[in-house]
Design a protein around this ligand. Structure first.
Ligand code: ADP
Ligand code: MG
Length: 312
């Protein structure tokens, strides 16, 4: 018996969200925001929290500083029923933070990555790979330490019979330096969105991107926002699943992470790729029915009831 279903290996930070800002930031001036929220940020944390809400036993492996933002991250994960025993605390770096300046639907973000950028395989106890069925790795372009060791981490998973999923997320540097030909054969399920896949493979079209990754994947699911998702399999098949379209989107913050949480939760239960894709489509859709990345994820029953309303 393994202790965990899933270890989420990724970035942790806090979001300081400023709303109702009077004007835009200008050097040498000071302005007011009329509303502020300090909360757990990071897309891997949304993934972990929502998978835990679906009943999956999730532990988080990420690095935080020994500071008050780190305490906020840890207590917020605990409140979401995510196991925090694998968190790594450091004195060398501060916990990362993003200042999000909200202007209606748009946001200007400024991130200090701090500890999350620094964690590498050297900081991780290799024994943890014996304690889980699955490892989900996300946001590799925000974690230069993890990206450098990605191949070794995936090999360690393989050696221990642990399945893996990878969501690259956006590359803030927009250089997309990841050797997908080397990495994808070691990943059980690759979970990019359409735009990220095109950038990663330097492709003009989605068809071209699919053709490029096909020889290297075990399986991939490409997230396509309100168009649903595509499942690619090693045998060369490509299956589109329509979205459970939500006509009244509150916001799409964390839709992709919520898709991942549904997909991976089903996958570790032993469901087929097709069933997992359909469940991910449902949890991605449910995500858009409430504010923020975790608002709709109170329990598995509540998520599935909402999913049924959307036609799941
Ligand atoms: N308006 C919507 N209605 C229903 N499902 C949606 C909607 N927007 C997103 N989804 C679901 O969420 C998934 C992930 O969203 P997407 O925006 O592609 O990911 P990311 O956040 O990584 O960019 C989609 O594949 C889809 O299944
Ligand atoms: Mg995403």
């Amino acid at each position: 018996m393994k202790q965990y279903d899933v270890i989420a290996l990724g970035e942790l930070n806090v979001d300081l969200i400023l709303n109702q800002i009077e004007g835009e930031p200008e050097i040498g001036k000071e302005k007011f925001a009329k509303q502020m929220t300090l909360t757990l940020g990071s897309s891997t944390a949304i993934f972990a929290a929502n998978a835990a809400a679906l009943g999956t036993k999730v532990a988080f492996c990420g690095m935080i500083g020994n500071d008050s933002f780190g305490q906020l991250v840890e207590s917020s994960l605990e409140a979401k029923k995510v196991d925090t025993r694998l968190l790594i605390h450091t004195d060398k770096f501060a916990t990362g933070a993003t200042i999000c300046m909200s202007y209606g639907e748009d946001r200007a973000n400024l991130t200090y990555p701090g500890a999350m950028e620094e964690m590498s395989l050297d900081d991780i106890d290799p024994a943890i790979f014996k304690e889980t069925k699955h490892v989900h790795i996300s946001s590799i372009f925000m974690q230069s330490g993890v990206r450098k060791d990605l191949k070794k981490i995936l090999e360690l998973c393989k050696e221990n019979g642990v399945t893996t999923s990878l969501d690259t997320q956006w590359d803030p540097a927009e250089t997309w330096q990841l050797d997908y030909k080397e990495v994808l054969p070691l990943v059980d399920v690759f979970l990019p969105n359409e735009k990220e896949l095109k950038y990663l493979t330097h492709s003009e079209t989605l068809d071209e991107a699919i053709e490029k990754i096909m020889p290297y994947i075990n399986a991939a699911v490409i997230k396509q926002g309100s168009k649903g998702s595509l499942l690619l399999k090693k045998d060369g098949t490509c299956t589109h699943v329509k979205p459970f379209l939500n006509e009244h989107v509150v916001d799409a913050i964390g839709a992709g992470d919520s898709f991942n949480s549904g997909f991976v939760s089903k996958f570790v239960e032993g469901a087929s790729l097709e069933e997992s894709q359909r469940y991910g489509n449902m949890t991605g859709a449910v995500n858009t029915t409430a504010a923020g990345g975790t608002g709709a994820f109170t329990s598995r029953e509540a998520v599935e009831a909402k999913g049924h309303e959307l036609g799941w």
